[in-house]
Design a protein around this ligand. Structure first.
Ligand code: 4NP
Length: 154
């Protein structure tokens, strides 16, 4: 099994959006018995909470469910359990290094560095623009799935 972890600050806006969109792409390509997806927060602020209402509503518009999802914090052992550990922004990457160590590991990288945008995923908790974030997340997930398929020979 290939394990993918998306990480953001609160695990209620961006990383659960990426988790749900990625899972949807994986199911459509019938790769769900090969790739598993999860998400986590660098902070402890929203542990146990479901995704933000704006993330839930945006995903529902695209037929993607968030049922059962809840925020959890990143743990040190996540480094060993996941093959891809993806930060939504540069601050997340710095915090991942602090929490997990291994700053030289190629399995830790910033999400949109996989695309031509090479930028942080805008945080809709502040921008309130869940559409902008969704569009970038979808582009990032498509790029990530291609990378995984290539690297894992799927
Ligand atoms: P996220 O967004 O990291 O994409 O889940 C945020 C969620 C909560 C807060 C900040 C950003 N907060 O300050 O509580």
């Amino acid at each position: 099994m290939i394990n993918v972890l998306f990480v953001c600050l609160g695990n209620i806006c961006r990383s659960p959006m990426a988790e749900a969109v990625m899972r949807d792409l994986i199911e459509k390509e019938k790769l769900h018995d090969k790739i598993k997806v999860d998400s986590a927060a660098t902070s402890s602020w929203h542990i146990g909470e479901p995704p933000h209402r704006g993330t839930q509503d945006k995903l529902r518009e695209y037929g993607i469910s968030t049922t059962g999802m809840q925020s959890r914090q990143l743990h040190k052992h996540d480094f060993d359990q996941f093959d891809y550990i993806i930060g939504m922004d540069e601050n997340n990457i710095r915090n991942i290094y602090t929490m997990l160590g291994n700053p030289d590991s190629p399995k830790i990288f910033r999400f949109l560095d996989l695309t031509d945008h090479r930028m942080d995923v805008p945080d809709p908790y502040y921008t309130e623009d869940f559409q902008e974030t969704y569009d970038l997340v979808l582009e990032g997930c498509r790029a990530l799935l291609e990378k995984i398929k290539q690297e894992q020979k799927l």
